[in-house]
Write a new protein. Structure first.
Length: 179
């Protein structure tokens, strides 16, 4: 039983929520987001209040009930404030370079630079080896940040690589010389 889905969700002023044909659409000052919704869950929109209801009593419907309520909350936050993730690059000679707003070039110890294109709705900024990925879709921001981190994960001996800002890397002790 979802505690989040039991509560009605209030959309702030300037945000419109519509549910038609199995598609939930949220429009706000930063943009518009749409998400297809399973037939086990229905959204009832009354003014600025949105209520999430189950159409049937199954285990799947119970799981989706809270999940879609959380998705709606994230969509409302995205179109009003937006989401961002910060990644740090650590290592001698490791650096990132933003090429416009949609492309990033990473020099992280390979024989060639790695170039990544951002998906639609995601913007990239680089300042002093800190990569900022921002956008209105929480899923897309998190997935692209994970893809950038996957290029060179931090290694456990020296900590070199790309990590989330504030992420703690558990260090391993290296080999000891025998005297």
């Amino acid at each position: 039983m979802s505690r989040l889905a039991k509560q009605p969700i209030e959309a702030p002023a300037g945000v419109t929520v519509t549910f038609e044909g199995g598609v939930l659409t949220v429009k706000g000052p930063k943009g518009e987001l749409s998400r297809p919704i399973s037939k086990e869950v229905v959204f009832e929109v009354e003014g600025q209040t949105v209520t999430v209801k189950k159409t049937e009593e199954t285990k799947q419907a119970n799981a989706l009930w809270g999940t879609y309520a959380s998705h709606l909350q994230n969509m409302i936050t995205g179109v009003t404030e937006g989401f961002s993730k910060n990644l740090e690059i650590e290592g001698v000679g490791y650096r990132a370079e933003a090429q416009g707003d949609k492309k990033i070039k990473l020099n992280v110890g390979f024989s060639h630079p790695v170039e990544l294109d951002a998906p639609e709705g995601i913007s990239i900024a680089v300042e002093k080896n800190v990569i900022t990925i921002s956008g209105i879709d929480k899923d897309a921001v998190g997935q692209f940040a994970a893809n950038v981190r996957k290029v060179k994960k931090p290694e456990p001996y020296k900590g070199k690589g790309i990590r989330y800002q504030g992420e703690y890397i558990i260090r391993k002790q290296g080999k000891k010389a025998v005297a």
